[in-house]
Design a protein around this ligand. Structure first.
Ligand code: SF4
Ligand code: SF4
Length: 352
């Protein structure tokens, strides 16, 4: 795939970023076998608060379009004073703040209230709770229920992100069996459910990916809207192309270390690979279909049902697929760039 921001003699720009995300740490109270960042209690890499603040200042100065800062991990709540300080700082920069957590800390209503009261005081806007079969091995459902109840009582936007796959034992309905929760979430605009399609990261997990259902899921053709949404910084202070699940396993998604470089300078590197632009326009499933059309035989991954990032990881990590793209990408450059520019124009108007 060519490097350089000029394709077909046409200079292109990236859409104005709207978020900045920090994977604050790879340390976690849990050790889910399919954790996309391989987090566990033994890891101990944290992005320093000074670095995070520097990146926030640099990003909002360059891109006034940034409205939201996302703190995720690992488990950010393992260092509550740090997260309170960062949340406070981001609010002073007039940004909305979202934190993602597994709720290990919500062991009782009293404890959850003590903690979330402090976050409410510094202005936390949104909190996402992750759960599902793997998470529940480490964090009991009662913590999730307690956390939902508490954040909704504080009027903090609350989303629950559930690992979803056909054989999942945990069903979201279990949460609603609690009458108080059922009452709290009924017609509550502050509550939402995100059903993240499960993606495997272990050999054992890959063998469990289900086949495509007979009713073809239309969202397989989604383009990747995660790319170009805004900078993503890893605990090692690397700038990542996206915060997609397999990003840690795809070297091309690591844009470089930020220790000696401004985030705004390195971010433009995102445009320097045609495949990322193509993913933004067409999404990974369609690109795999393109590869299949060129090799004239079935690509097995196309007949499995997983997260869009799974198909993306197949493209990047299979040298045969990647070399097919290198041979044939020129056929689509004009069409992809035309549609890319249309998307950028639409995006500009939406931000006006
Ligand atoms: S709780 Fe989340 S961050 Fe922690 S190990 Fe599990 S998937 Fe990874
Ligand atoms: S589809 Fe690819 S580029 Fe998009 S978020 Fe997933 S890994 Fe990142």
């Amino acid at each position: 795939m060519p490097e350089g921001v000029k394709y077909m003699n046409q200079a292109i720009t990236y859409p104005a970023p709207t978020t900045i995300s920090f994977i604050v740490t790879n340390k976690c109270t849990a050790a889910c076998p399919n954790c996309c960042f391989e987090c566990n209690p033994r890891n101990d890499c944290w992005l320093s608060s000074e670095i995070i603040k520097r990146h926030i200042v640099s990003a909002v100065t360059q891109w006034p379009s940034i409205r939201l800062v996302i703190f995720t991990g690992g488990e950010c709540f393992m260092n509550i004073p740090k997260m309170l300080e960062l949340c406070d700082f981001a609010k002073q920069m007039h940004l909305a703040v979202r934190i993602v957590t597994n709720c290990f800390w919500a062991t009782s209503l009293r404890q959850a209230t003590l903690i979330l009261k402090k976050f409410k005081e510094v202005g936390l806007d949104e909190i996402n709770y992750s759960t599902g079969d793997e998470h529940l091995q480490y964090v009991p459902l009662k913590n999730i229920v307690t956390a939902i109840k508490t954040s909704l009582l504080f009027s903090i936007k609350t989303a629950i992100n559930v690992e979803t796959h056909p054989d999942a034992e945990f069903k979201i309905s279990e949460i609603f069996e609690n009458p108080e929760i059922a009452r709290l979430i009924h017609n509550n605009p502050n509550f939402s459910i995100i059903q993240g399609v499960w993606m495997p990261f272990t050999e054992e997990g890959i063998s469990c990916i289900p086949p495509l259902p007979s009713r073809f899921p239309i969202n397989l053709f989604d383009r990747c809207t995660n790319l170009f949404a805004g900078p993503v910084v890893s605990p090692e202070n690397n700038l990542m192309s996206c915060c997609g699940l397999p990003v840690k396993y795809i070297p091309q998604m690591n844009l470089g270390n930020l220790s000696n470089c401004e985030i705004t300078t390195l971010y433009s590197k995102n445009l320097k690979n045609f495949l990322r632009i193509w993913l933004f326009v067409d999404g990974p499933y369609k690109i795999l279909l393109f590869i299949q059309s060129k090799i004239n035989k079935k690509i097995p991954e196309l007949y499995l049902f997983s997260h869009n990032c799974f198909y993306c990881a197949c493209i990047y990590t299979n040298p045969n697929y990647y070399s097919i793209l290198e041979s044939y990408y020129r056929e689509v450059v004009a069409s992809v760039l035309f549609r890319y520019n249309c998307l950028i124009e639409t995006n500009k108007r939406m931000l006006l």
